[in-house]
Write a protein of this length. Structure first.
Length: 691
């Protein structure tokens, strides 16, 4: 069969055109010519760069779930048994009243606002159509019962195909958010923006991908449902079911849409960022949409989903091919189609690798610039994000927390601040200082002997200044030192035209807290971090800084790293793009006896919880950075199979999968999202299985 002769007809051929995928070649048009944006915005995508991650929430404790919803003075009355999310049930008097929100006080979405899950013991497994979220952070669910547990085929290929179906459901939902909700949100301002051709082109290029995947999802659901029914006859499940033919048709008939979208995605990203910076009406519409519950990820992260979907497809197809080779060798009827489909997607991903890295970095720089309240030119051509994280910096007041960021040309640190003129949730970071990498030197330990009992220190020398910082662990300190030294070496060896055009990050506020390290005085151990220093170059327009709005998303990775005292690299961000899971899990809390079934999506270092896969808005989210995950211990008294435990400080959550394959995949995916570096204790699972 010739794969290049045009679209394949058959059950998977949805919305295919008459052209061969290999005949589509679209000429790249520079954004400055096509959409009238500045050359600097478009040129910032010409080099290798990386991504924006995701949706945690801020808190002083920052270990518990974030629940979406409003608060009321009293919890809803119910005769059902109530299981409390937090380890100690909070009393009504300990909770901050709803009036505190109106007064602009800081109400943490963690801990005090922990949701309570109301379970109906008479309802079997499955999500009740009557369940709905109530006031005071409550949402209703159902109790899992093993007596009504669905019988599933045991053959591994079924569970791999089922994982593909689950992630396909989430992908279609993500595309609907862009093509339906986002498009509707931008519709009123298109007249103000004189048509906004970039918006029209964006939705036009992504709509065919959504149309195809709707049909593909319907076919996958029919195939998996038929495969499930076969388990009633054969417990292993019929081995005659094939999924490769459908996947090969899907790849052939939609790959040209992906190529076209990826070709223009840098233009779309640069144009949207330019509109955000220059058009107040667009910025307001953009921010208001991101504040809606349906927009569970930042807009830029949603626009990257089609590119990331190809990476997920490649991984799932690789598992199928590996299983077929292991079980049946070259004789499996499904192997050939799966292998061809995998090779086609692998080739596209290889061609798009540098483009995707560049866009991901560009998105990350945009996110950081919006999180840093007084920075205006962080996004620069050739600037590459390398690492972010929380370190302790020594001052006359002792150790103070600072967020440090490593780029390929400078080391930047910032402090956390509240915007008193707006609501309490408007929390951001303010630039505190920067050190150019050229000429920067490091010394392990406290070079001045002033930190006393502060462990894991190292000293940073930059031009005429030095600072003492400390990490939380020895391993983390070594990672920071290695990354800084590597960045310094690259900066020294790089030509000047390969480094960012502007070596100094500008502040929009003339502020004594912000300094250029190379122009400050020599370090004094008793120096206050905010005294007697020269500010960075201020913005030439004071009115522009007044109109500037800080980031409203207090749940980006910058905020989560601050709360969890952890760190994140560009490699971690790239791994997150292909580390995605979706499916049903049953969940319980440490002090409860019931299990609640929820649809769970793991993406961008975060778990999102829904009543069912058909819902658009999440009930709650749980940032994973800093968490530990593994099998439950004997003390947890969990007498069920396929259970794993998530814990951070005093927060404990238990999740149960419906098969050993799903359990293994969820454990692997969440360990990657948690950035777990230590291996699991193999003794605990053996002890549990022996009991």
């Amino acid at each position: 069969m010739c794969l290049d002769s045009g679209p394949i007809s058959g059950p998977a051929a949805y919305g295919s055109g008459s052209k061969s995928e290999f005949s589509i070649h679209q000429k790249q048009i520079s954004p400055s010519k096509k959409y009238g944006i500045s050359a600097s915005a478009s040129s910032s995508l010409d080099k290798r760069q990386q991504q924006r991650p995701i949706q945690p929430a801020e808190s002083s404790d920052s270990g518990a779930l974030t629940v979406y919803g409003t608060l009321s003075e009293t919890p809803p009355t119910s005769t059902r048994r109530v299981h409390v999310l937090s380890d100690t049930p909070p009393t009504t008097s300990s909770r901050r009243p709803a009036a505190a929100l109106a007064a602009g006080q800081d109400v943490s979405p963690y801990g005090p606002l922990s949701p309570r899950l109301v379970h109906n013991d008479s309802i079997g497994e499955g999500v009740s159509s009557q369940s709905e979220r109530g006031d005071y952070g409550y949402f209703k669910g159902t109790l899992d019962t093993s007596s009504r547990k669905k019988k599933l085929p045991t053959i591994k290929s079924f569970h791999i195909a089922r994982e593909l179906l689950m992630t396909e459901r989430t992908f279609v939902t993500d595309l609907k958010i862009v093509c339906e909700h986002l498009k509707t949100a931008f519709e009123p301002i298109k007249v103000i923006l004189h048509g906004a051709r970039v918006l029209t082109d964006l939705f036009t290029s992504i709509q065919p991908i959504l149309d195809f995947h709707k049909g593909h999802l319907t076919e996958l659901e029919a195939k998996i449902s038929a495969w499930e029914r076969s388990a009633d006859v054969d417990s292993e499940g019929s081995s005659d079911f094939r999924i490769g033919d459908s996947l090969l048709c899907a790849v052939h008939n939609t790959i040209h849409h992906y190529k076209q979208y990826m070709q223009q995605l840098p233009v779309y990203m640069a144009s949207l960022d330019e509109l955000y910076r220059t058009k107040k009406s667009f910025q307001n519409a953009y921010r208001h949409f991101e504040e809606r519950k349906v927009c569970y990820l930042p807009v830029n992260a949603l626009l990257l989903k089609p590119a990331h979907r190809l990476l997920v497809w490649q991984q799932i197809l690789a598992r199928l091919v590996g299983f077929y080779l292991e079980e049946a060798g070259e004789n499996n009827a499904d192997l050939s189609d799966c292998r061809v489909a995998m090779d086609r997607i692998s080739a596209v991903n290889k061609d798009n690798r540098h483009t995707l890295e560049s866009i991901e970095n560009y998105v990350k720089l945009i996110e950081l610039e919006r999180d840093l309240a007084d920075v205006e030119n962080l996004v620069q051509p050739n600037r590459i994000f390398l690492r972010e994280g929380c370190l302790q910096r020594w001052s006359k007041h002792g150790a103070v927390s600072r967020m440090f960021l490593i780029f390929n040309d400078c080391l930047v640190y910032a402090h956390r601040t509240h915007n008193s003129s707006t609501s309490s949730k408007d929390v951001s970071f303010r630039l505190h200082g920067q050190i150019p990498l050229r000429g920067l030197m490091l010394e392990d330990g406290d070079a001045y002997g002033v930190t006393k009992d502060l462990p894991h220190c190292f000293t940073v020398y930059g031009a005429n200044r030095s600072i003492i910082v400390a990490a939380s662990t020895h391993m983390e300190k070594q990672r920071w030192i290695e990354d800084i030294l590597c960045a310094v070496k690259i900066a020294k060896e790089s030509k000047l035209d390969l480094l960012p055009e502007s070596a100094t990050i500008k502040s929009t506020h003339s502020n004594d807290d912000v300094r250029t390290e190379s122009n400050a005085s020599t370090f004094s151990p008793s120096e206050d971090p905010s005294s007697g220093t020269r500010s960075l170059i201020a913005s030439s327009s004071a009115s522009a800084s007044d109109d500037r709005q800080t980031s409203h998303r207090a749940n980006s990775t910058l905020h989560v790293c601050w709360h969890r005292q952890t760190t994140l690299t560009k490699e971690d961000l790239h791994k997150a793009s292909k580390n995605q899971m979706s499916g049903y899990l049953v969940r319980k809390f440490r002090n409860s006896s019931g299990w609640q079934r929820l649809w769970v999506v793991q993406t961008q270092f975060c778990l999102f919880f829904y009543k069912s896969h058909a819902d658009d808005e999440p009930l709650a989210n749980l940032p994973l950075l800093g968490y530990e995950v593994g099998p439950p211990s004997l003390d947890d008294d969990i007498n069920k199979d396929n259970v794993f435990k998530l814990h951070y400080k005093t927060h404990f959550y238990f999740f149960r999968a419906d098969s050993h394959y799903a359990y293994s995949r969820w454990l692997e995916s969440i360990r990657t999202a948690c950035l777990c570096k230590t291996p699991m204790n193999p003794v605990v699972p053996l002890q549990l299985s022996s009991n």
